[in-house]
Design a protein around this ligand. Structure first.
Ligand SMILES: Nc1nc2c(ncn2[C@@H]2O[C@H](COP(=O)(O)OP(=O)(O)OP(=O)(O)O)[C@@H](O)[C@H]2O)c(=O)[nH]1
Ligand SMILES: [Mg+2]
Length: 1038
């Protein structure tokens, strides 16, 4: 196929009715990139034979090496179709521009999925026919549902049912119906929960139809496919094939091709299962569809049979060259047959064009929802709103930049091969040229390798070898020249026409129309690009409804932004990041002098990656937070090779902990036997200020509530109830999705406090007395005012109250410090309540001793004449009050039985039965536990759900993969903190314990092991015996 001229693509961009914006979403490894290969092949970007093998959009070296997509990439495709006009029997040629985004499926990169789906109007959701619905399948279906984008289901890897599971066509049909049912059950659950929320909030019960949400082959929104063998179909296509043969109307046939319908060969009528009356017929789908597909597999790859193949080929009415027919490469014969009979690209593209709405239609449906979720969305200028709804190319410009992509400057069209600005045709030709070169190089390398090994010369090329070659080509071209990275905004244009040189308003993700001059800047567009994988085609203007790359935003946009040509816009952010980054490492350059390079690199990385967070710690350490091990690896690679260009040393991953306390039966006696447990008295400034406080564990239900509603409480306390903020403070991000009013919060807290099991009287009416939460004023710890006259300030109180105690702020600050760094290993506390029981401030010294009694220092004259006022006293000694109160809280904490909380991963593993034992072994060795195990119906696979501590998870995926010889690969999702039920200070005391465990027992005390590791890392004091067996050592010396 001849390369498509850029002129054509440009013309198509200008007709929004001919544009479709889609993304491909699925669980990891379900075949997204392979499927996009087939679509690329239809545009001649890669050859048909290589489709499904090159994984062209995985253009990064590490993506090819591991076979995992790590970044989403976009490509624009051309598609033409002869549309049949059933009314007058004519047909006309329609042309389309399809902007396609391939997204990663690995959980570490799920933020890329959010950013991709924001830009599209539809999604191809892939499901592996064997594995069925997996964790990420649910996530992406939810993403599509929430973003109001129209999904099309692709049941991929159907070939595995034939070749791997060796199911009969009928078994395969039953199996696929079950997969379909499961997918629909997931979609149904979203609908039901939304329905329930509306019932609660809405007085008016409005009937909502959910029919359109479900996937049904007869509605042509389900594609059956094998991306690797290049075939796919919808029932519509089979209806076209069989309408004449069966003498049925196409529309009627479409309705019965899937489901319990049978064809009576005698009467040529369609029967339902009821009218079958015990006759042994196969469902139509099996008889006319699957049987034929199975036959092709049977005569080519399963049981090679030339004669049969010839017959099948004739029956299917496809033309195969005799040379191909006799070829020993049965795989290629198979793909050749399917390529003609059921080409995947046509099935997908026809469905996309028919099922997924054009931007004009899509925006009418989606824009109201997008504006609803935007902060202050109703304050948008009506003219902009109207233009967005109508996708009006002549209206004001509105666009959303969902992420920034870093592109090496040399890869920009203007720098290509030094030939000046290449023409468009050359640019497209260039893409093909590069792939051809790579392929030639690959086949040469293969031939050489084969010569060495003397292997089979017809072995198909592996994608890895091709990738290596591509990578090598790239490397030699660049010769490791330090190149500059250019940031391009990845954007969707909702209205207006964007042109190079245009001045535009850029609204940051924190922009709020209530403060129209904050988080706004203006900049000029320097470049516009059509995105073609790693290649870019320069454009002068882009009309609304398209996905486009925008240059000139560098330094203005950090990660995402909204663009408008006129004032009066709102910020369309609110892309929900589903995974909070949890793995953190400290970085330093190998050579200290290269620190500026590292800092620059980190800045670029922060910009280019939607999920990574960069923190400069108080001690000057540069820390990055990533979503998981694989994400970390990719970030480090990018930093070393592209963004910083220097060798970087990364610390061991730093895992967060929490510290808490519990009440147990056998606690040590309180440290101060005269006071109740957890109580301390602080006295500073010569006993002029005295604070009595007590510490106790919060009821578990309260802690859980505070943890899960942290975001909502934060939003509420900051008085920005309407504003959904994702705060990035010290790497903790709270996506405040659930919003609460003050009344709701008080009500919920009262309910939770009522569940307390111990000392119920302590918690009664406590909500009115809550002063602050901590640490950082939002955490799961509570400071409670228990002073007789309630003299502190109360956050949740509805009454106006004067600030009555002068030490108020000092105590609040002390509480924040104490809960921010507990006594075990200076990690944040969780589930601790601090009661301030009494505060005394005496302006006059309690004792007779003068305030200043040093001999050298002359007492200030006013102290001699008059005692200081309380205000002076409190200001002077606030530092002391803070430190002493903080220490008292920590001491009170240690009066209880302390506990460490470990960050946990929830793990999902699919594994065949024979490696189950080994998988369990790995989980147990890493102190994990299996929560559930489920057999996947109709397959030899088990789906295992386990919980393992994050601190033990490094190398876990690799370990599982190795032990199961690649058969199982886990997905790790951060699942919050879990208490390790072991006192880190526990030492054996009874004789039995001493005998069994020895004096220190530190080998067995896991909590102590974790605690000491953190203390050591932080440079805190670690109590340990350096000389364990002094006796022996002495003997050795002698
Ligand atoms: N048997 C079979 N294997 C397939 C099919 N499609 C893809 N694969 C294989 O599945 C593996 C994963 O394919 P990819 O296309 O990289 O999957 P992906 O969904 O892009 O994976 P991520 O981007 O990492 O989430 C590769 O080894 C493919 O060869 C198919 O239709 N049948
Ligand atoms: Mg992929």
């Amino acid at each position: 196929m001849a390369p498509i001229s850029a002129e054509k693509l440009r013309n198509l961009q200008a007709t929004p009715a001919c544009v479709r914006n889609i993304c491909i979403l699925a669980h990891v490894d379900h075949g997204k990139t392979s499927l996009s290969d087939c679509l690329l092949a239809s545009n001649g970007i890669i050859s048909q034979k290589m489709a499904g093998k090159v994984r062209y959009l995985d253009s990064r070296e590490d993506e090819q090496e591991r076979g995992i997509t790590m970044e989403s990439s976009a490509i624009s495709l051309y598609f033409k179709i002869l549309q049949h006009n059933s009314a007058d029997g004519t047909s006309d040629l329609r042309e389309y521009l399809i902007n396609l985004i391939d997204s990663p499926g690995h959980i570490d990169f799920s933020s890329e999925v959010s950013t991709a789906s924001r830009l599209c109007d539809g999604a191809l959701v892939l499901v592996d026919a064997v594995e069925g619905v997996c964790s990420q399948t649910v996530t992406v279906l939810r993403q599509a549902y929430l973003e109001h984008i129209k999904p099309v289901l692709v049941i991929n890897k159907v070939d595995r049912l034939v070749t791997e599971l060796q199911l009969t066509p009928l078994e395969a049909y039953t199996h696929m119906s079950k997969v379909l049912e499961k997918v629909n059950a997931v979609v149904g659950s979203f609908f039901a929960s939304e329905r329930m929320e509306q019932d609660v909030s809405d007085d008016l019960y409005t009937e909502m139809d959910d029919e359109h949400l479900y996937f049904a082959p007869e509605s042509n929104n389900v594609i059956f496919a094998s991306a690797i063998d290049g075939w796919g179909f919808t029932v519509q296509q089979f209806a076209v094939i069989y309408e004449k043969k069966l003498g049925m109307k196409r529309a009627a046939l479409e309705k019965v091709l899937w489901g319990d319908y049978y064809f009576d060969p005698k009467t040529k009528k369609v029967l339902t299962s009821k009218s079958l009356k015990g006759r042994n017929l196969k469902p139509i789908f099996v008889q006319f569809v699957l049987d034929n597909i199975w036959a092709v597999y049977d005569c080519t790859v399963m049981n090679r049979d030339l004669e049969k193949t010839d017959k099948v080929v004739k029956a299917l009415n496809v033309k195969i060259l005799p040379r191909d027919l006799r070829s020993k490469d049965t795989r290629s014969l198979l793909t050749t047959i399917f390529n003609q009979w059921l080409p995947l690209s046509s099935a997908v593209l026809v469905t996309v064009v028919n099922q997924i709405p054009a931007p004009v239609t899509a925006q009418r449906g989606r824009i109201p929802a997008i504006l609803d979720s935007a902060p202050g969305g109703d304050m948008i200028d009506p003219a902009i709103r109207e233009a967005m709804l109508a996708c009006d190319a002549s209206g004001p410009v509105s666009a959303f930049v969902s992420k920034m992509i870093a592109i090496p400057e040399n890869d920009l069209p203007k720098h290509k091969r030094g030939a000046g600005a290449a023409t468009d045709a050359e640019a497209i030709g260039d893409i093909r040229e590069r792939v051809r070169e790579a392929r030639e190089a690959a086949s040469k390398a293969r031939a050489e390798a084969l010569e060495k090994e003397g292997g089979d010369p017809v072995a198909p090329p592996t994608s890895a070898s091709l990738a290596d070659m591509l990578a090598q080509l790239d490397m030699t071209e660049k010769e490791k020249v330090q190149h500059k990275e250019v940031m391009i905004g990845f954007a969707r244009l909702y209205s207006g026409t964007l042109s190079v040189g245009q001045e535009i308003y850029v609204l940051g993700p924190k922009y709020n129309p209530l403060f129209p001059d904050r988080y706004v800047s203006k900049c000029a567009i320097t470049d516009l690009y059509l995105l073609m994988g790693r290649e870019l085609l320069p454009l002068d203007t882009v009309p609304s409804g398209n996905v486009v790359g925008i240059g000139g935003l560098d330094g203005v946009v950090l990660k995402s932004a909204t663009l408008f040509s006129t004032p009066g816009g709102v910020n369309l952010a609110g892309v929900n990041l589903s995974s909070a980054p949890i793995v953190r490492v400290a970085l330093e350059p190998e050579r200290p002098s290269e620190l500026p390079e590292l800092e620059r690199g980190l800045r670029l990385l922060n910009q280019a990656d939607p999920c990574v967070q960069i923190v400069l710690q108080e001690n000057g350490e540069h820390v990055i937070l990533t979503a998981g091990e694989l994400h970390l690896e990719r970030c480090l690679k990018d930093l070393r090779e592209r963004f910083a260009g220097v060798e970087i040393h990364a610390s061991e991953p730093i895992v967060p902990y929490r510290e808490s306390i519990v009440r147990i039966a056998e606690m040590n006696p309180p440290k101060n036997s005269e006071l109740p447990r957890g109580t301390s008295v602080v006295s500073v400034a010569g006993a002029q200020v005295a604070v009595r406080l007590s510490v106790r564990p919060l009821p578990a239900a309260v802690t859980d509530f505070l943890v899960s509603y942290a975001g909502a409480i934060q939003a509420l306390l900051r008085r920005g109830v309407a504003e959904v903020v994702v705060e990035e403070e010290d790497g903790e991000s709270f996506a405040a999705t659930k919003l609460l009013t003050l009344d709701e919060l008080r009500e919920r807290l009262t309910e939770e406090f009522a569940t307390a099991e111990y000392a119920k009287e302590v918690w009664a009416g406590v909500v009115d007395k809550i002063c602050v939460f901590g640490p950082k004023y939002v955490g799961p710890n509570v400071l409670i005012d228990a002073t007789p006259d309630s003299i502190l300030r109360h956050t949740l109180s509805k009454k106006e109250e004067p600030n009555r105690s002068q030490v108020n702020e000092s105590i609040f600050t002390a509480f924040q410090f104490a809960t921010g760094a507990g006594p075990l290993c200076a990690e944040p506390m969780q589930g601790v309540a601090v009661f301030i029981e009494n505060i005394e401030v005496h302006p006059t010294p309690v004792s007779a001793a003068p305030t200043v009694d040093s001999e050298n220092e002359q007492p200030a004259p006013d102290t001699l004449t008059s005692p200081p006022s309380t205000v002076q006293l409190v200001t002077r000694s606030s530092g002391q009050i803070i430190t002493a109160t903080r220490d008292a809280i920590r001491a009170g904490f240690l009066d209880w039985s302390p506990r460490l909380l470990l960050a946990m991963y929830s793990v999902e593993i699919q594994a065949p039965a024979d490696v189950l034992g080994r998988v369990y072994g790995v989980i147990a060795r890493r102190r994990g536990r299996v929560a559930s195990e489920e057999m996947k119906e109709g397959t030899p696979f088990f789906s295992i759900h386990a919980i393992i501590p994050v601190v033990e998870s490094f190398g876990f995926s690799e370990d599982i993969r190795k032990r199961s010889s690649g058969a199982a690969s886990p997905q790790l999702i951060f699942a919050g903190f879990e208490m390790l039920d072991e006192d880190p200070f526990w030492v054996p005391t009874t004789e039995e314990e001493l005998e069994e465990l020895g004096e220190t027992a530190d080998k067995e005390n896991i909590a102590k092991k974790y605690m000491d590791a953190v203390r050591r890392r932080k440079g805190l004091f670690v109590e340990e015996k350096l000389i364990k067996n002094a006796e022996k050592q002495r003997t050795l010396k002698k």
